[in-house]
Each structure stands twice: as C-alpha cells, then as structure tokens.
Design a protein around this ligand. Structure first.
Ligand SMILES: Cc1cc2nc3c(=O)[nH]c(=O)nc-3n(C[C@H](O)[C@H](O)[C@H](O)COP(=O)(O)O)c2cc1C
Length: 158
C-alpha cells in the first residue's frame, strides 16, 4: 500500500484544470500517496506503466468545429496511444465544464471511451465540475471529496 504512485495528466486553457489537478495532488499526498502532475503535451502513454493509477483531466471546449471536446492537446496524445493494451491499468477522469453548453463536460465521455479502448479500468465514477471559477470553494470541496473516495478505493483495492 505504501509507495503507490499516481500520475495526473491534464490540459488547460484558462488554468482551472491545472488548479483542480493541484488540489487532487495535494489531497492524494495527504493520504500518503505519491502524486505527480504532468501536462498532456509533455506526456506519452508509455509512461503510464510506472504508475498504479492515472487520472486524466480536461476542460471541454470546441475543437475542429465540434462542441464538447477535450482540450486540443489531447487529440495527438490519444492518436499516438491508439491500439495500446493497458489491461488492468487503473484510471480515473476529471472534467471541467459549464452546464450552459449543450455537451456538459463532453470531454469526460471521450476520455472514458479512450480508456476503454486501451482496456483500462475506471476505478471510480468520473468527476464533472460545473463552473470551476464561479464557486471555487464548492469546486475545491467536490475535488477533495472525490479524491478522498478515490484514495480509499485505491488503498482498499491493493
Ligand atoms: C469557447 C468555449 C467553449 C466551451 N465549450 C464547452 C462545452 O462544450 N461543454 C462544457 O461543459 N463546457 C464548455 N466550456 C466551459 C469550459 O470547459 C470551462 O470554463 C472550464 O472550466 C475551462 O477549464 P480551463 O480553465 O482548464 O480551461 C467552454 C468554454 C469556452 C470559452
């Protein structure tokens, strides 16, 4: 149970997803877990092998004319990872969005499908944050609650 390593991979436009990822990192550290943060543009899926859990995190945005897409940096990352077999690898997903858009946190479903395509395992229900900056205190609480639950699942599962 000791020395479990978690990687949080994120992309952001206006900084919200980075802040959210930092809150998750700090919360995991409180559970005596090792958590590293990386931007998706600096990450290759081959690095996932070194971690017990990988958390993918993205805002939802317009990309190439479609609404509710992950941050554009996810596209080349997912292309490169296509066809890899990560059977048994544990994952979780966090999405930031705004429920006034048609596809609220649309990126979450896309990232979940990506994990399925790798044969990865979702450790918990994905977290969707509505309007991160509108009520940062509420958003932080949602993040710490979700992460507390995630940590106990991870530590209980080992
Ligand atoms: C042009 C634009 C398009 C957006 N499209 C969506 C969307 O389709 N679905 C959604 O849930 N949120 C959408 N949002 C809201 C962002 O995902 C939300 O503000 C998020 O917190 C931004 O995260 P970031 O600070 O990490 O970039 C959009 C925001 C902008 C400015």
């Amino acid at each position: 149970m000791e020395n479990m390593k978690i990687l949080i991979v994120y992309a952001t436009n206006s900084g919200g997803t980075q802040l959210a990822a930092q809150i998750v990192q700090e919360t995991l550290v409180k559970h005596s877990l090792t958590a590293e943060l990386k931007e998706v543009r600096d990450t290759s899926a081959d690095e996932f092998a070194g971690y017990d859990l990988v958390i993918l995190s993205s805002p939802s945005w317009d990309d190439e004319g479609a609404e509710g897409q992950p941050h554009p940096d996810w596209r080349p990352f997912m292309e490169k990872a296509k066809g890899k077999d990560m059977s048994g690898k544990k994952f979780a997903v966090i999405g930031l969005g705004d429920s006034s858009y048609t596809y609220f946190c649309g990126a979450v479903k896309i990232l979940e499908d990506f994990i399925k395509s790798l044969k990865g395992e979702l450790l918990t229900e994905s977290l969707k944050i509505d309007g991160f900056y509108l009520d940062q205190q509420k958003s932080s609480l949602q993040l710490t609650d979700w992460t507390d639950n995630l940590a106990s699942r991870l530590q209980g599962a080992s």
